[in-house]
Design a protein around this ligand. Sequence first.
Ligand SMILES: CC(C)(COP(=O)(O)OP(=O)(O)OC[C@H]1O[C@@H](n2cnc3c(N)ncnc32)[C@H](O)[C@@H]1OP(=O)(O)O)[C@@H](O)C(=O)NCCC(=O)NCCS
Length: 173
Amino acid sequence: MIPGEKITLRALEKRDVEFLRALRNHPEMMPFHCSYMPVTEIQQEKWYERTATDTRNVVFMVEDPDGKAVGYVQMNGIDHKNRSVEIGIHLSPQAQGKGYGKDAFRTLMRFTFREMNMHRVFLQVFAFNERAVDLYKKLGFREEGRARDAIFQNGQYHDLVVMSILESEFESA
Ligand SMILES: CC(C)(COP(=O)(O)OP(=O)(O)OC[C@H]1O[C@@H](n2cnc3c(N)ncnc32)[C@H](O)[C@@H]1OP(=O)(O)O)[C@@H](O)C(=O)NCCC(=O)NCCS
């Protein structure tokens, strides 16, 4: 368990599989994923089997103050040589706007810098996702660049924004 101020991060468990599939397939959540196909039970189970033992790509569940799973954070491509990792977050629509996202991301950032000894934490966000971009800026992330028109969604192209924060910037944030 990794406690934050409001939320707690904990390991991914088999009991989370169906919640995560429902979250993934939720119509309000689909626009924030790169893949656009709804996920089947079998695909989700196979994803769980791979992810539960993966040490490079790690998922933590986000629990609210009542201990209820409300979403997840992830670390992709954990790179111990360059001390770099990509992170991401998805909270269920009912759990959004309560400060859980900020707390969960800050808790994960603290864990990556102060426990995993990472030097650089980065993320990719769709340019139209203003709420997320706003949050990341508040947490000290800076825009590194944009992959122009990299995302096609709802009949239009959108930029993919890459943002990062270094350990020295996190210490002073
Ligand atoms: C983006 C997300 C993680 C933010 O988490 P959250 O719990 O909803 O946000 P919080 O309540 O912690 O608010 C953090 C900041 O987000 C911004 N924010 C929150 N709700 C917002 C809204 N409705 N509109 C605009 N900005 C908003 C604010 O800047 C807020 O800062 P403040 O508390 O100082 O005002 C969450 O909404 C989510 O999971 N969204 C869907 C999936 C997604 O977009 N993931 C990111 C993919 S890159």
